[in-house]
Design a protein around this ligand. Sequence first.
Ligand SMILES: [Zn+2]
Length: 111
Amino acid sequence: MPDDRSLRAETIDVKRDGGLRVVFGDGHECSFGLLELRTACPCAACRGLRDQGQAAFDPATMVADLRIQNAELVGEWGIRFAWNDGHGTGIYPFDLLRDWCTSRAASTTEP
Ligand SMILES: [Zn+2]
């Protein structure tokens, strides 16, 4: 575990019908939508699906109004969501979330 403030979550805001907002130790703020989080679920089962070229979550065939039913911190390094589609095994490490946030910022051109 690197002792890096940029990888530590200082503020964690879960909106069950909106998504996740994290403010990291260096003040950097990242927001993630429900669909984005669910689709990118890092659990082994979802990784396996993506490895086979399948979507880990398909809103067309699964629950339409995706929501977080429960959110639980996993030590200081991650957060686990229980989704209303019955899925709940994915743990989202904060360093991974930070990674997503950084790569997204690099690939989009915001004004
Ligand atoms: Zn999963």
